[in-house]
Design a protein around this ligand. Sequence first.
Ligand code: ADP
Ligand code: MG
Length: 458
Amino acid sequence: MTKDQWGTIRDELHQTMGANSFQSWIEPLIYIGSGDGIARFQVPTNFFGNYVSQNYGDLLLSKITRCNPSIRRVVFDTVAVGQDAVTSKPQHAPEPVAAPAVQTKSNALADTLNGSPLDKRFTFDTFVVGKPNELAHAAARRVAEGGPVTFNPLFLYGGVGLGKTHLMHAIAWELRTRQPHLNVLNLSAEQFMYRFVQALRDRKMMDFKELFRSVDVLMVDDVQFIAGKDSTQEEFFHTFNALVDQHKQIIISADRAPDEIKDLENRIRSRLQSGLVVDLHPTDYELRLGILQSKSEMYSRMYPGLEVERGILEFLAARIVSNVRILEGALTRLFAFASLVGKPISMDLTQECLTDILRVSERKVSIEEIQRKVADHYLIRHSDLVGPKRVRTFARPRQIAMYLCKQLTTRSLPEIGRHFGGRDHTTVMHGVKRIEELKKLDAQIAEDVELLRRSLEA
Ligand code: ADP
Ligand code: MG
Protein backbone atom coordinates (compact mmCIF):
# COMPACT_ATOMS: atom_id res chain seq x y z
CA MET A 1 0.00 0.00 0.00
CA THR A 2 1.42 3.36 -0.97
CA LYS A 3 1.27 6.45 1.15
CA ASP A 4 -1.22 7.95 -1.28
CA GLN A 5 -3.49 4.95 -0.99
CA TRP A 6 -3.40 5.30 2.77
CA GLY A 7 -4.24 8.97 2.33
CA THR A 8 -7.33 8.01 0.33
CA ILE A 9 -8.40 5.48 2.94
CA ARG A 10 -7.96 8.07 5.65
CA ASP A 11 -10.18 10.47 3.77
CA GLU A 12 -12.82 7.79 3.42
CA LEU A 13 -12.63 7.00 7.12
CA HIS A 14 -12.97 10.67 7.92
CA GLN A 15 -16.24 10.71 6.01
CA THR A 16 -17.67 7.58 7.56
CA MET A 17 -16.48 7.78 11.15
CA GLY A 18 -17.27 11.35 12.01
CA ALA A 19 -14.77 14.01 12.96
CA ASN A 20 -14.44 13.14 16.65
CA SER A 21 -13.53 9.50 16.41
CA PHE A 22 -11.44 10.12 13.36
CA GLN A 23 -9.36 12.80 15.01
CA SER A 24 -8.99 10.79 18.17
CA TRP A 25 -8.05 7.45 16.69
CA ILE A 26 -7.14 7.50 13.02
CA GLU A 27 -5.38 10.74 12.50
CA PRO A 28 -2.62 9.94 15.03
CA LEU A 29 -1.75 6.71 13.21
CA ILE A 30 1.51 6.88 11.32
CA TYR A 31 1.66 4.59 8.35
CA ILE A 32 5.04 2.90 8.40
CA GLY A 33 4.71 0.66 5.38
CA SER A 34 3.64 -2.78 4.30
CA GLY A 35 5.30 -6.06 3.45
CA ASP A 36 4.79 -9.80 3.99
CA GLY A 37 1.04 -9.23 3.97
CA ILE A 38 1.21 -6.87 6.93
CA ALA A 39 0.45 -3.16 7.06
CA ARG A 40 2.26 -1.47 9.94
CA PHE A 41 1.29 1.63 11.84
CA GLN A 42 3.04 3.47 14.57
CA VAL A 43 0.89 4.43 17.53
CA PRO A 44 1.65 6.69 20.49
CA THR A 45 1.07 4.09 23.23
CA ASN A 46 0.27 0.41 23.62
CA PHE A 47 -3.03 1.34 25.08
CA PHE A 48 -3.79 3.44 22.03
CA GLY A 49 -2.79 0.60 19.72
CA ASN A 50 -4.98 -1.89 21.55
CA TYR A 51 -7.90 0.43 21.45
CA VAL A 52 -7.63 1.12 17.75
CA SER A 53 -7.06 -2.52 17.02
CA GLN A 54 -10.12 -3.61 18.98
CA ASN A 55 -12.43 -0.91 17.77
CA TYR A 56 -11.31 -0.06 14.30
CA GLY A 57 -9.07 -2.97 13.32
CA ASP A 58 -11.64 -4.75 11.18
CA LEU A 59 -12.71 -1.57 9.49
CA LEU A 60 -9.13 -0.61 8.68
CA LEU A 61 -8.25 -4.05 7.39
CA SER A 62 -11.29 -4.23 5.14
CA LYS A 63 -10.44 -0.86 3.60
CA ILE A 64 -6.80 -1.75 3.19
CA THR A 65 -7.37 -5.16 1.61
CA ARG A 66 -9.76 -3.58 -0.83
CA CYS A 67 -6.95 -1.45 -2.23
CA ASN A 68 -4.24 -4.03 -1.72
CA PRO A 69 -5.56 -7.59 -1.52
CA SER A 70 -2.20 -9.05 -0.50
CA ILE A 71 -2.41 -7.44 2.93
CA ARG A 72 -3.87 -9.80 5.55
CA ARG A 73 -3.05 -8.11 8.80
CA VAL A 74 -2.72 -4.71 10.36
CA VAL A 75 -0.18 -4.25 13.11
CA PHE A 76 0.09 -1.36 15.54
CA ASP A 77 3.36 -0.72 17.22
CA THR A 78 4.72 1.93 19.50
CA VAL A 79 8.10 1.93 17.82
CA ALA A 80 8.54 2.29 14.11
CA VAL A 81 9.80 -0.95 12.62
CA GLY A 82 10.03 -1.92 9.00
CA GLN A 83 12.51 -0.63 6.51
CA ASP A 84 10.33 1.13 4.02
CA ALA A 85 8.97 3.72 6.34
CA VAL A 86 6.94 6.22 4.40
CA THR A 87 7.03 8.98 6.92
CA SER A 88 9.33 11.82 6.22
CA LYS A 89 10.25 12.15 9.87
CA PRO A 90 12.97 10.12 11.51
CA GLN A 91 11.46 6.89 12.76
CA HIS A 92 12.16 7.53 16.38
CA ALA A 93 10.22 10.77 16.31
CA PRO A 94 7.19 10.28 18.52
CA GLU A 95 5.05 12.91 16.84
CA PRO A 96 2.63 11.77 14.21
CA VAL A 97 3.25 13.34 10.83
CA ALA A 98 1.08 15.25 8.47
CA ALA A 99 -1.87 15.24 10.79
CA PRO A 100 -2.99 18.81 11.31
CA ALA A 101 -5.44 18.05 14.09
CA VAL A 102 -2.86 16.24 16.17
CA GLN A 103 -1.30 18.77 18.41
CA THR A 104 2.36 19.17 19.01
CA LYS A 105 3.27 18.81 22.62
CA SER A 106 3.24 22.47 23.34
CA ASN A 107 -0.29 23.26 22.25
CA ALA A 108 -1.95 19.94 23.01
CA LEU A 109 -3.19 20.98 26.38
CA ALA A 110 -4.19 24.47 25.46
CA ASP A 111 -6.44 22.87 22.96
CA THR A 112 -7.90 20.68 25.68
CA LEU A 113 -9.72 23.58 27.13
CA ASN A 114 -11.67 24.30 24.00
CA GLY A 115 -13.62 21.08 24.21
CA SER A 116 -16.13 20.38 21.46
CA PRO A 117 -17.36 23.23 19.35
CA LEU A 118 -20.89 24.18 20.31
CA ASP A 119 -23.61 23.56 17.79
CA LYS A 120 -25.41 26.82 16.95
CA ARG A 121 -28.72 25.08 16.63
CA PHE A 122 -28.62 23.58 20.12
CA THR A 123 -29.98 26.35 22.31
CA PHE A 124 -32.81 26.56 24.81
CA ASP A 125 -34.78 28.58 22.27
CA THR A 126 -34.91 25.69 19.87
CA PHE A 127 -35.53 23.04 22.51
CA VAL A 128 -39.17 22.02 22.59
CA VAL A 129 -40.38 21.12 26.05
CA GLY A 130 -42.98 18.44 26.68
CA LYS A 131 -43.92 15.98 29.39
CA PRO A 132 -41.12 13.51 28.59
CA ASN A 133 -38.32 16.06 28.97
CA GLU A 134 -39.68 18.78 31.21
CA LEU A 135 -37.70 17.75 34.27
CA ALA A 136 -34.44 17.45 32.40
CA HIS A 137 -35.11 20.80 30.80
CA ALA A 138 -35.88 22.47 34.12
CA ALA A 139 -32.73 21.08 35.71
CA ALA A 140 -30.65 22.20 32.73
CA ARG A 141 -32.15 25.67 32.96
CA ARG A 142 -31.31 25.88 36.61
CA VAL A 143 -27.70 24.90 36.03
CA ALA A 144 -27.47 27.33 33.12
CA GLU A 145 -28.24 30.23 35.42
CA GLY A 146 -24.81 29.69 36.90
CA GLY A 147 -25.92 30.42 40.46
CA PRO A 148 -24.67 28.60 43.54
CA VAL A 149 -24.27 24.89 42.93
CA THR A 150 -27.22 23.11 44.45
CA PHE A 151 -26.89 19.66 42.97
CA ASN A 152 -23.68 18.16 41.77
CA PRO A 153 -23.42 16.54 39.36
CA LEU A 154 -26.44 16.99 37.18
CA PHE A 155 -26.72 13.61 35.52
CA LEU A 156 -28.89 13.53 32.38
CA TYR A 157 -29.66 10.26 30.76
CA GLY A 158 -31.88 8.89 28.03
CA GLY A 159 -31.91 6.98 24.77
CA VAL A 160 -30.34 8.01 21.52
CA GLY A 161 -31.58 11.21 19.93
CA LEU A 162 -33.66 12.42 22.84
CA GLY A 163 -31.83 15.71 23.27
CA LYS A 164 -29.02 15.14 25.78
CA THR A 165 -26.32 16.78 23.69
CA HIS A 166 -28.73 19.52 22.70
CA LEU A 167 -29.38 20.35 26.37
CA MET A 168 -25.69 20.30 27.27
CA HIS A 169 -24.86 22.72 24.48
CA ALA A 170 -27.81 24.89 25.48
CA ILE A 171 -26.39 25.12 28.99
CA ALA A 172 -22.99 26.08 27.62
CA TRP A 173 -24.45 28.76 25.33
CA GLU A 174 -26.49 30.21 28.13
CA LEU A 175 -23.55 30.30 30.51
CA ARG A 176 -21.48 32.02 27.89
CA THR A 177 -23.88 34.93 27.75
CA ARG A 178 -24.86 35.07 31.39
CA GLN A 179 -21.52 34.34 32.99
CA PRO A 180 -18.88 35.06 30.37
CA HIS A 181 -16.10 35.01 32.95
CA LEU A 182 -16.73 31.33 33.73
CA ASN A 183 -14.48 28.76 32.21
CA VAL A 184 -16.91 26.26 30.74
CA LEU A 185 -15.58 23.04 29.27
CA ASN A 186 -17.81 20.78 27.25
CA LEU A 187 -16.43 17.57 25.85
CA SER A 188 -17.37 13.99 25.22
CA ALA A 189 -16.08 11.20 27.41
CA GLU A 190 -14.21 9.92 24.39
CA GLN A 191 -12.41 13.22 24.04
CA PHE A 192 -11.63 13.18 27.74
CA MET A 193 -10.00 9.82 27.31
CA TYR A 194 -8.09 10.90 24.25
CA ARG A 195 -6.73 13.98 26.01
CA PHE A 196 -5.78 11.83 28.92
CA VAL A 197 -3.94 9.34 26.73
CA GLN A 198 -2.22 12.18 24.96
CA ALA A 199 -1.10 13.71 28.24
CA LEU A 200 0.27 10.36 29.36
CA ARG A 201 2.10 9.94 26.12
CA ASP A 202 3.59 13.40 26.23
CA ARG A 203 4.33 13.13 29.96
CA LYS A 204 2.13 16.15 30.61
CA MET A 205 -0.06 14.70 33.33
CA MET A 206 0.57 17.58 35.69
CA ASP A 207 -0.60 20.06 33.08
CA PHE A 208 -3.58 17.88 32.30
CA LYS A 209 -4.64 17.73 35.93
CA GLU A 210 -4.07 21.40 36.47
CA LEU A 211 -6.04 22.42 33.43
CA PHE A 212 -8.97 20.17 34.14
CA ARG A 213 -9.08 21.36 37.70
CA SER A 214 -9.16 24.97 36.60
CA VAL A 215 -12.49 24.82 34.81
CA ASP A 216 -15.56 26.30 36.47
CA VAL A 217 -18.13 24.13 34.76
CA LEU A 218 -17.30 20.71 33.36
CA MET A 219 -19.65 18.90 31.02
CA VAL A 220 -18.92 15.38 29.92
CA ASP A 221 -21.20 13.91 27.27
CA ASP A 222 -21.81 10.18 26.83
CA VAL A 223 -19.96 9.12 29.95
CA GLN A 224 -20.91 5.47 29.38
CA PHE A 225 -17.97 5.47 27.00
CA ILE A 226 -15.42 5.29 29.81
CA ALA A 227 -16.95 2.12 31.27
CA GLY A 228 -14.36 -0.62 31.20
CA LYS A 229 -11.53 1.81 30.46
CA ASP A 230 -9.85 1.59 33.80
CA SER A 231 -7.18 4.23 33.87
CA THR A 232 -9.46 6.76 32.20
CA GLN A 233 -12.13 6.04 34.81
CA GLU A 234 -9.62 6.53 37.54
CA GLU A 235 -8.51 9.88 36.17
CA PHE A 236 -12.08 10.94 35.59
CA PHE A 237 -12.86 10.10 39.19
CA HIS A 238 -10.05 12.30 40.48
CA THR A 239 -10.96 15.19 38.22
CA PHE A 240 -14.55 14.84 39.28
CA ASN A 241 -13.75 14.87 42.99
CA ALA A 242 -11.40 17.79 42.74
CA LEU A 243 -14.07 19.88 41.02
CA VAL A 244 -16.84 18.88 43.39
CA ASP A 245 -14.61 19.82 46.31
CA GLN A 246 -14.22 23.26 44.82
CA HIS A 247 -18.00 23.53 44.35
CA LYS A 248 -17.66 23.62 40.59
CA GLN A 249 -20.68 22.47 38.62
CA ILE A 250 -20.42 19.20 36.74
CA ILE A 251 -22.92 18.02 34.15
CA ILE A 252 -22.81 14.50 32.85
CA SER A 253 -24.84 12.71 30.22
CA ALA A 254 -25.16 9.05 29.47
CA ASP A 255 -27.39 6.79 27.47
CA ARG A 256 -28.57 5.01 30.62
CA ALA A 257 -28.86 5.42 34.39
CA PRO A 258 -25.69 5.22 36.50
CA ASP A 259 -26.61 1.86 37.96
CA GLU A 260 -27.17 0.42 34.52
CA ILE A 261 -23.74 1.29 33.17
CA LYS A 262 -21.74 -1.91 33.24
CA ASP A 263 -18.02 -2.02 34.04
CA LEU A 264 -18.16 1.24 35.90
CA GLU A 265 -16.35 1.35 39.21
CA ASN A 266 -18.73 1.49 42.13
CA ARG A 267 -17.20 4.57 43.64
CA ILE A 268 -17.78 6.40 40.35
CA ARG A 269 -21.28 5.09 40.08
CA SER A 270 -22.16 6.35 43.51
CA ARG A 271 -20.50 9.69 42.78
CA LEU A 272 -22.60 10.05 39.67
CA GLN A 273 -25.72 9.31 41.65
CA SER A 274 -24.91 11.77 44.37
CA GLY A 275 -26.36 14.83 42.64
CA LEU A 276 -29.53 15.11 40.63
CA VAL A 277 -30.27 12.26 38.25
CA VAL A 278 -32.93 13.02 35.65
CA ASP A 279 -33.97 11.11 32.61
CA LEU A 280 -35.28 12.12 29.23
CA HIS A 281 -38.20 9.82 28.53
CA PRO A 282 -39.00 8.59 25.05
CA THR A 283 -40.97 11.21 23.16
CA ASP A 284 -44.74 11.11 23.08
CA TYR A 285 -46.99 12.17 20.26
CA GLU A 286 -47.46 15.73 21.52
CA LEU A 287 -43.75 16.37 21.91
CA ARG A 288 -43.01 15.00 18.46
CA LEU A 289 -45.71 17.18 16.99
CA GLY A 290 -44.35 20.19 18.87
CA ILE A 291 -40.86 19.57 17.55
CA LEU A 292 -42.17 19.13 14.02
CA GLN A 293 -44.17 22.34 14.23
CA SER A 294 -41.23 24.29 15.50
CA LYS A 295 -38.91 22.91 12.82
CA SER A 296 -41.41 23.39 10.08
CA GLU A 297 -41.85 27.04 11.03
CA MET A 298 -38.13 27.40 10.64
CA TYR A 299 -38.21 25.68 7.28
CA SER A 300 -41.12 27.77 6.11
CA ARG A 301 -38.92 30.79 6.56
CA MET A 302 -36.15 29.10 4.61
CA TYR A 303 -38.47 28.01 1.80
CA PRO A 304 -41.01 30.79 1.58
CA GLY A 305 -44.23 29.86 -0.15
CA LEU A 306 -43.84 26.14 0.37
CA GLU A 307 -47.10 24.79 1.66
CA VAL A 308 -47.43 21.97 4.15
CA GLU A 309 -50.85 20.40 3.78
CA ARG A 310 -52.95 19.77 6.84
CA GLY A 311 -52.40 16.52 8.67
CA ILE A 312 -48.86 15.92 7.44
CA LEU A 313 -47.09 16.85 10.65
CA GLU A 314 -49.64 14.85 12.64
CA PHE A 315 -49.02 11.89 10.39
CA LEU A 316 -45.25 12.09 10.86
CA ALA A 317 -45.57 12.55 14.61
CA ALA A 318 -47.71 9.44 14.80
CA ARG A 319 -45.59 7.36 12.48
CA ILE A 320 -41.98 8.20 13.27
CA VAL A 321 -41.64 7.28 16.89
CA SER A 322 -38.04 6.14 17.02
CA ASN A 323 -35.98 9.23 17.78
CA VAL A 324 -35.93 12.93 17.21
CA ARG A 325 -32.94 12.85 14.91
CA ILE A 326 -34.83 10.68 12.46
CA LEU A 327 -37.91 12.82 12.80
CA GLU A 328 -35.87 15.91 11.97
CA GLY A 329 -34.15 14.16 9.11
CA ALA A 330 -37.51 13.25 7.63
CA LEU A 331 -38.69 16.84 7.75
CA THR A 332 -35.48 18.19 6.28
CA ARG A 333 -35.69 15.81 3.39
CA LEU A 334 -39.36 16.54 2.86
CA PHE A 335 -38.81 20.29 2.56
CA ALA A 336 -35.79 19.91 0.34
CA PHE A 337 -37.62 17.47 -1.92
CA ALA A 338 -40.79 19.54 -2.14
CA SER A 339 -38.89 22.70 -2.96
CA LEU A 340 -36.93 20.89 -5.64
CA VAL A 341 -40.00 19.56 -7.38
CA GLY A 342 -41.90 22.77 -6.63
CA LYS A 343 -44.91 21.06 -5.13
CA PRO A 344 -46.70 21.47 -1.79
CA ILE A 345 -45.98 18.90 0.89
CA SER A 346 -48.93 16.59 0.45
CA MET A 347 -49.58 13.12 1.75
CA ASP A 348 -48.61 11.59 -1.58
CA LEU A 349 -45.37 13.49 -1.72
CA THR A 350 -44.62 12.53 1.88
CA GLN A 351 -45.19 8.84 1.20
CA GLU A 352 -43.04 8.99 -1.87
CA CYS A 353 -40.21 10.96 -0.35
CA LEU A 354 -40.06 9.07 2.95
CA THR A 355 -40.80 5.51 1.87
CA ASP A 356 -37.70 4.12 3.55
CA ILE A 357 -38.18 5.90 6.86
CA LEU A 358 -41.87 5.11 6.97
CA ARG A 359 -41.20 1.47 6.20
CA VAL A 360 -38.81 0.93 9.10
CA SER A 361 -40.94 2.87 11.49
CA GLU A 362 -44.00 0.92 10.49
CA ARG A 363 -45.73 -0.14 13.63
CA LYS A 364 -47.26 -3.48 14.16
CA VAL A 365 -50.64 -1.94 14.82
CA SER A 366 -53.19 -3.78 12.74
CA ILE A 367 -56.65 -2.80 11.63
CA GLU A 368 -58.05 -5.60 13.78
CA GLU A 369 -56.26 -4.28 16.83
CA ILE A 370 -57.59 -0.79 16.27
CA GLN A 371 -61.11 -2.12 15.85
CA ARG A 372 -60.85 -4.14 19.04
CA LYS A 373 -59.57 -1.20 21.07
CA VAL A 374 -62.22 1.15 19.74
CA ALA A 375 -65.04 -1.31 20.29
CA ASP A 376 -63.84 -1.93 23.86
CA HIS A 377 -63.53 1.76 24.52
CA TYR A 378 -67.13 2.49 23.44
CA LEU A 379 -68.47 -0.71 24.91
CA ILE A 380 -69.91 -1.92 21.62
CA ARG A 381 -69.55 -5.25 19.87
CA HIS A 382 -67.00 -5.70 17.11
CA SER A 383 -69.80 -6.87 14.81
CA ASP A 384 -71.62 -3.58 15.34
CA LEU A 385 -68.47 -1.57 14.75
CA VAL A 386 -68.01 -3.09 11.31
CA GLY A 387 -71.66 -3.87 10.65
CA PRO A 388 -74.24 -2.01 8.59
CA LYS A 389 -76.12 -0.15 11.35
CA ARG A 390 -75.86 3.61 10.97
CA VAL A 391 -77.02 4.83 14.36
CA ARG A 392 -74.69 7.35 15.96
CA THR A 393 -73.61 5.00 18.80
CA PHE A 394 -72.04 2.72 16.20
CA ALA A 395 -71.31 5.17 13.40
CA ARG A 396 -69.13 7.52 15.43
CA PRO A 397 -66.83 4.84 16.89
CA ARG A 398 -66.66 3.36 13.40
CA GLN A 399 -65.43 6.65 11.99
CA ILE A 400 -62.93 6.99 14.80
CA ALA A 401 -61.62 3.51 14.07
CA MET A 402 -61.34 4.36 10.37
CA TYR A 403 -59.51 7.53 11.23
CA LEU A 404 -57.05 5.67 13.43
CA CYS A 405 -56.52 3.05 10.73
CA LYS A 406 -55.64 5.78 8.29
CA GLN A 407 -53.29 7.44 10.76
CA LEU A 408 -51.60 4.44 12.30
CA THR A 409 -51.35 1.97 9.45
CA THR A 410 -50.17 2.19 5.88
CA ARG A 411 -53.30 0.54 4.56
CA SER A 412 -55.05 2.24 1.69
CA LEU A 413 -58.58 3.57 1.95
CA PRO A 414 -60.08 0.68 -0.09
CA GLU A 415 -58.27 -1.84 2.13
CA ILE A 416 -59.59 -0.16 5.25
CA GLY A 417 -63.05 -0.14 3.70
CA ARG A 418 -62.89 -3.88 3.14
CA HIS A 419 -62.17 -4.43 6.84
CA PHE A 420 -65.25 -2.41 7.73
CA GLY A 421 -67.83 -4.71 6.22
CA GLY A 422 -66.80 -4.03 2.63
CA ARG A 423 -67.43 -0.30 2.68
CA ASP A 424 -66.41 1.91 -0.19
CA HIS A 425 -63.20 3.96 0.03
CA THR A 426 -65.20 7.20 -0.24
CA THR A 427 -67.05 6.21 2.93
CA VAL A 428 -63.76 5.75 4.69
CA MET A 429 -62.49 9.07 3.41
CA HIS A 430 -65.64 10.77 4.61
CA GLY A 431 -65.24 9.17 8.05
CA VAL A 432 -61.64 10.28 8.32
CA LYS A 433 -62.51 13.85 7.35
CA ARG A 434 -65.42 13.94 9.75
CA ILE A 435 -63.21 12.98 12.69
CA GLU A 436 -60.59 15.52 11.68
CA GLU A 437 -63.29 18.19 11.88
CA LEU A 438 -64.86 16.89 15.06
CA LYS A 439 -61.52 16.78 16.83
CA LYS A 440 -61.47 20.55 16.59
CA LEU A 441 -65.07 21.08 17.66
CA ASP A 442 -65.63 18.41 20.23
CA ALA A 443 -63.16 18.16 23.08
CA GLN A 444 -64.50 14.77 24.13
CA ILE A 445 -63.85 13.26 20.74
CA ALA A 446 -60.41 14.81 20.57
CA GLU A 447 -59.60 13.30 23.93
CA ASP A 448 -60.97 9.88 23.01
CA VAL A 449 -58.94 9.80 19.83
CA GLU A 450 -55.75 10.76 21.61
CA LEU A 451 -56.34 8.25 24.35
CA LEU A 452 -56.90 5.49 21.84
CA ARG A 453 -53.94 6.51 19.78
CA ARG A 454 -51.68 6.47 22.78
CA SER A 455 -52.78 3.11 23.99
CA LEU A 456 -52.34 1.69 20.48
CA GLU A 457 -48.91 3.24 20.16
CA ALA A 458 -47.73 1.97 23.50
P1 ADP B 1 -28.77 12.71 22.17
O1 ADP B 1 -27.53 13.46 22.54
O2 ADP B 1 -29.68 12.48 23.33
O3 ADP B 1 -28.51 11.45 21.41
P2 ADP B 1 -29.27 15.04 20.57
O4 ADP B 1 -29.20 16.08 21.62
O5 ADP B 1 -28.09 14.92 19.67
O6 ADP B 1 -29.61 13.63 21.19
O7 ADP B 1 -30.59 15.28 19.70
C1 ADP B 1 -30.78 14.72 18.42
C2 ADP B 1 -31.46 15.74 17.53
O8 ADP B 1 -32.79 15.92 17.95
C3 ADP B 1 -30.79 17.10 17.58
O9 ADP B 1 -30.80 17.68 16.30
C4 ADP B 1 -31.66 17.89 18.53
O10 ADP B 1 -31.67 19.26 18.22
C5 ADP B 1 -33.03 17.29 18.28
N1 ADP B 1 -33.89 17.32 19.47
C6 ADP B 1 -33.97 16.39 20.45
N2 ADP B 1 -34.87 16.73 21.38
C7 ADP B 1 -35.36 17.93 21.00
C8 ADP B 1 -36.33 18.84 21.53
N3 ADP B 1 -36.98 18.56 22.69
N4 ADP B 1 -36.60 19.97 20.86
C9 ADP B 1 -35.96 20.25 19.70
N5 ADP B 1 -35.04 19.45 19.13
C10 ADP B 1 -34.74 18.31 19.75
MG1 MG C 1 -25.53 12.97 22.21
